[in-house]
Design a protein around this ligand. Sequence first.
Ligand code: TPP
Ligand code: MG
Length: 562
Amino acid sequence: METTTGPLGQGVAVSVGMAIAGRWMASHFNRPDFEMFNYDVYALCGDGDLMEGVSHEAASLAGHLKLSHLCWIYDNNKITIEGHTELAFSDDVATRFLGYGWNVTRVGDANDLDMLERAFKTFKNTPDRPTLIIVDSHIAYGAPHKQDTSAAHGEPLGEEEIRLAKRHYGWPEEAKLLVPEGVREHFQMMLGQRGRTLRDLWMARFHDNKARYPELADQLYKMQHRQLPEGWEKDLPTFAPDPRGIASRDSSGRVLNAIAQHVPWLMGGSADLTPSTKTRLTLEGVGDFSAEQEGGRNLHFGIREHAMGSILNGMSHCKIRPYGSTFLIFSDYCRPAIRLSALMELPVIYIFTHDSIGVGEDGPTHQPVEQLASLRAIPGLITLRPADANEVVEAWRLIMQLRYEPVALVLTRQPLPTLDRSKYAPASGVARGAYVLADADDGQPDVLLLATGSEAWLCIEAYEQLRAEGIKARVVSMPSWELFERQSQDYRDSIIPPRVTARVSVEQASTLGWTRYVGWTGESIGMKTFGASAPLKALQTKFGFTPERIVAAAKAQVAKVR
Ligand SMILES: Cc1ncc(C[n+]2csc(CCOP(=O)(O)OP(=O)(O)O)c2C)c(N)n1
Ligand SMILES: [Mg+2]
C-alpha cells in the first residue's frame, strides 16, 4: 500500500501507524501454519520531514516500540526551499536517531546501488529496532547549473539545462518522454508479475485459512472491508434516568468497552490521558500494546498528540478501527492529522474530553473555546457532542457504522443528568444530527432553544420554567451540525421551523457559526472570551450558562418577535 502526503512529516508518522498495525495484525491473525501478515513498511523522506516536529514524536515512539519492520530512507540532499539546510538545520541526524533507539546506516552516494542494497539488507537483518538509512544525494543530480541548488526544488530546469543533464547521463538529448527499452518490461516483471503472484499466493492462503480458522478469516474479511461483526451492538447499554447523571467521558468509556468486546480490531489509546479520557479497554485479556506484547489493544502514544493523529491515520489505512483521545483543548495539537483523516476519508475516531469551561480550576489554558468551531470547519469531519449518556450510546452506534469519515466525539469531564426519555424524545434522534428533545404541547413553539452536549439539560431546565410561565418553548438537541445538514429540507424545517424566529442557542464554546441556526435576530449564549479559573458553578454563572439566563434570553426573543 502506498500513501503520499503534502504536509511534510505526515508520511513518516503515518508509516509508524502502519507498522503498529502490522504488528498487531500479525499477532492477532497469524497462526503457526498461516502467516497472514509479515509486511515491512518503508518511508521515503526529505530534510523537511526530519525538521518537522511530528517526525520527532513519531520516531521516538517507533524506537520505543522497537518497530524493526519499519525503515525510513532519508534523502539527505541538504537542500530545502530557501536554500542550503545550513540556514536552519544542524541536527546530527544519525545521533538523533541512535538516541531514539534506531539502527542507523549511511549510504554516501545515492547512485551506489551496492551500498543501497547493503543498507536494505542491514534493515532486513535488524530484528530489534527500526532502521534509518541516510542517503547522501544531490538534488537535480547531473544538471550542471542547478544541481545542489534550491532552484531545482521549486522551478523547472528549463530546456537547456535539461539537455545538459541528459548529456551528463549519456541519454539521447533530443528524446522526450523517453522510456528506454527494458524499463517497461522491468516494471511488468517486478510490480506486475511479481506483485500478482504474491497477491495470488496470499489470496490462496486466505482461502485455506478460511477452511482452517473460519472465525478468524471472517474477522479478517470484515475488517478489510470495514464491516462490523454480527451482533457488534448487542451489549450496548441503556442508561436509566438519573438527575445526578454521569459524565459523558464515563458513559463513553462504558460504551466503548461494550463495542470493543465484539470488534477485536477496535483499538486505541491516548496521549497520556487515558485515566482522564476514560478510553481504556478494560476487557478481560486485553492488554497494552508494547514491543513485548504486540497483541495489546491499549496504545500508549505518550505525550505526542500530533503523531498520535498521524499514527491513527496509518492504522486506519491498514483497516484497523483506531481511536485516539486527549483533552479537547489539545485537539489543536492533532489538527494537521485530523484534516488528513478527513481528506483521505479514513474513519478515525478522535475522542476529545474536558470539552468546556466545565474543566473548572484548570483555567483558560485548558478550557476550549474556539476548538469546536474549528473542528466543524473541517470538511468531511463529523463532530458529535452528545447531551447525555443515552446520546453517547447513539453517537457510538453511528460512529461504528461510518466507513469513510472521521469523527470528533466531544465529551464532558463533569456529570450530565441522564434525561428521562419517557418524558423527552428518544436519543435515537442523534443519528439525524439534531432532533426535538422537548416541545410545546401543541407542537407550535414560540421560541426555540438550541443546544449541544452539556447545555441541553440547561435548556430543558429553562424549558420547564418557561412552560410553568405559559411560554411555549422547544428544545432542540443538536449533537452534530454535519449530520443535521445532510437531512432533507423538510426534516430540517420540521426541527427548526422557519416561521419561529425567536431562537436562542446555548453552547459553552465560541458562538462562531451559530448565526446559521439562530439567524440575525436570534441570540447565542456562548464564549466570547477565554475562560477563567474557578469552580464549575461559579464559571457557569459568570459566563451565563444558567437556566435563568436562558429563560431571560428566551423571553427577550419572544418579546422582540411580538
Ligand atoms: C508542513 C509543511 N510545511 C511546509 C511545506 C512547504 N514545502 C514544500 S517542499 C518544502 C521543502 C522540502 O525540502 P526537502 O524535504 O528537503 O525536499 P527536497 O527539496 O530536498 O526535495 C517545503 C518547505 C509543506 N509541504 N509542508
Ligand atoms: Mg532536501
